[in-house]
Write a protein that binds this ligand. Structure first.
Ligand SMILES: Cc1cc2nc3c(=O)[nH]c(=O)nc-3n(C[C@H](O)[C@H](O)[C@H](O)COP(=O)(O)OP(=O)(O)OC[C@H]3O[C@@H](n4cnc5c(N)ncnc54)[C@H](O)[C@@H]3O)c2cc1C
Length: 408
C-alpha cells in the first residue's frame, strides 16, 4: 500500500485505497465447517481485520487522531462504507463495541475516559458489551433492579443482567444501574463502565436453540468500581440509555456498510436455482418481494446514515430500519424452509445445517435491540405522533413499584 497519508488523498484516491485494503483483508471467515458457536473465530478474524485497518490509517475515521482515530470527515466515513458494502462484513462481532459503546464513550466520556478507552476500542484490541436487560426489565428496561451504591471513592454494584451479547469475550461493559430508588423509575438510573474482570463479576453463558452461545447471564456481587467509572452525569442514565438504544437500532437495522444490498435474496435465488426450483412462478414472486424489500431497506438505511452524517444523533427513525430488517428476516426464514424442503428439519444437512441454523437464529432479530412491538410503539408515538402507550407508574418512586423481585 502506498505511503501517502490517508488525509492527503482525493475522494477517488481514498476509495481506491479502501478497495486495495479490502481486496487484501476482507476475505470472509475460514470456519472449516465449525459452527463457531461462541463467535470466537469470527471475533479473532474481525480483530485481525480491525488491527490491519488501524495500521493502514483507516480505523475510526471520524474520531480524533489523538484518541486513536484518523480525524477525517464524515464524507470519508461514507466513502468507506460504500466501498465496504461490496465485501464480506468482517466486523459483525464489533457491532456493539463499535456501533454502540464507542459513540457513547466519545459523546459522554470525560477526557480521561476517552484517553483511557477509545484507542483500544477503535483498534479492536478491547471488546465492549452492553449490560442493560435484566430478568424483570427488558422492554421496560427502566424497571431495572441492579443497584449501584456510592461508598467513598467507589461505586458498589449488586444485581443481575441477562442476554448480554459477547460478555464472555468482553474486556469492558457499559452498565446501567439504579442509583436513586426514591425517585420515579426513569430518573434514578446512572451509567457506568465496568471492567469484566472486576472481582464479583460472574459471566454465565446461555446456550441457544440454534446451537450458538453468543450471550450470557451476568451476576454482580459487591462489585467495587472507581467513582470515576460513572459515565455521563449521575442519574442521567435513562437519557443516555435511550441514546445508546438509538445507536443500537441503527447498528442492527442499518448494517455496517452502505449502498444497495440484497444479499439474502441473492443467496435464496442461488439455492433455488441449485435445487431446480427457480422456474416455479409462486416462488419467484416471493423471491422478488424479498429482493425489493431488501432494496428498500438499503435506501431507508442510507437515509438514516445520511442524517447521522449531517450531525443528527440517531432518532426514532432508526426504529423503522430495525423493524423492517426483522420483518424481512421472517420472510427469508419461511422462503428458505420452502426451498430446502424436508431437509429443513435435518440439523446436519446441506451446508452443514446453515439454512436450519439461520431459520432459528432469525428469530432473535425481532427481540434484540427492542422487540418488534416496541419498535411499532416508538414509530407510532414518536414518528407518527399517535397517542402514547398508557403509563401507570408515572411519577411513582421506584421503591414503591411492584416490579421484578419487588413484587411481594
Ligand atoms: C440476540 C439477542 C441479543 C441481545 N443482546 C443484548 C445485549 O447485548 N445487552 C442487553 O442488555 N440486552 C440484550 N438483549 C435483550 C433484549 O434487549 C431484550 O430481550 C428485549 O428488550 C426484550 O425484553 P424481554 O426479553 O425481557 O421481553 P419482554 O419485555 O418481557 O417482552 C415479552 C413480550 O411482550 C411484548 N411487550 C412488552 N412490552 C410491551 C409493550 N409496552 N407494548 C407491546 N408489547 C409489549 C414484547 O414485544 C414481547 O413480545 C438481547 C436479546 C437478543 C434476542
Amino acid at each position: 500500500m502506498s505511503d501517502v497519508a490517508v488525509d492527503a488523498l482525493s475522494e477517488d484516491e481514498f476509495r481506491a485505497r479502501c478497495r486495495e485494503f479490502l481486496d487484501e483483508h476482507a476475505v470472509g471467515f475460514q470456519l472449516d465447517g465449525d459452527a463457531d458457536s461462541g463467535g470466537l473465530k469470527r471475533l479473532e478474524a474481525g480483530r485481525t481485520f480491525q488491527n490491519a485497518l488501524a495500521d493502514n490509517g483507516l480505523a475510526g475515521l471520524t474520531y480524533p487522531k489523538e484518541l486513536g482515530g484518523q480525524g477525517l470527515s464524515k464524507d470519508h466515513e461514507r466513502w468507506w462504507r460504500e466501498e465496504y458494502a461490496d465485501y464480506p462484513n468482517m466486523t459483525f462481532e464489533f457491532t456493539i463495541s463499535h456501533g454502540m459503546c464507542l459513540p457513547m464513550l466519545a459523546e459522554y466520556g470525560t477526557d480521561d475516559q476517552k484517553s483511557a478507552y477509545l484507542a483500544d476500542n477503535i483498534r479492536g484490541d478491547k471488546i465492549w458489551c452492553q449490560m442493560f436487560s435484566e430478568p424483570g426489565a427488558g422492554s421496560d428496561v427502566a424497571s431495572l433492579q441492579t443497584r449501584a451504591i456510592r461508598d467513598g471513592d467507589t461505586w458498589v454494584l449488586n444485581g443481575q443482567k441477562v442476554w448480554t451479547t459477547l460478555a464472555h469475550v468482553s474486556d469492558y461493559g457499559v452498565v446501567i444501574a439504579r442509583t436513586d430508588p426514591e425517585v420515579a423509575k426513569h430518573a434514578g438510573i446512572s451509567m457506568f463502565v465496568v471492567p469484566m474482570d472486576a472481582e464479583g463479576v460472574e459471566v454465565r453463558p446461555i446456550n441457544q436453540i440454534d446451537g450458538g452461545s453468543h450471550f450470557n447471564e451476568i451476576f454482580f456481587t459487591d462489585v467495587s468500581i472507581p467513582a470515576e467509572n460513572l459515565l455521563g452525569d449521575l442519574n442521567n442514565g435513562w437519557n443516555m440509555a435511550t441514546a445508546m438504544l438509538m445507536y443500537e437500532r441503527v447498528a442492527i437495522g442499518s448494517g455496517a456498510t452502505a449502498g444497495i444490498k440484497h444479499d439474502r435474496a441473492d443467496s435464496l435465488i442461488e439455492e433455488a436455482t441449485k435445487r431446480g426450483l427457480i422456474d416455479n412462478a409462486t416462488l419467484r414472486q416471493k423471491l422478488m418481494k424479498i429482493y425489493i424489500k431488501e432494496t428498500c431497506h438499503s435506501m431507508v438505511s442510507m437515509r438514516t446514515r445520511a442524517e447521522m452524517q449531517a450531525g443528527k444523533t440517531p432518532g426514532p427513525g432508526g426504529s423503522i430500519g430495525k423493524l423492517f430488517s426483522t420483518l424481512i428476516m421472517n420472510e427469508v426464514r419461511d422462503v428458505s424452509m420452502e426451498i430446502v424442503g424436508a431437509s429443513g428439519v435435518a440439523w446436519e444437512g446441506d451446508h452443514g445445517g446453515s439454512w436450519q441454523r439461520a431459520a432459528l437464529t432469525g428469530l432473535q432479530g425481532g427481540i434484540a435491540g427492542g422487540t418488534n412491538e416496541i419498535q411499532k410503539n416508538i414509530i407510532g408515538d414518536r414518528v407518527l405522533g399517535l397517542p402514547r402507550d398508557i403509563s401507570v407508574d408515572k411519577g411513582i418512586p421506584f421503591k414503591d413499584l411492584k416490579v421484578g423481585t419487588q413484587i411481594d
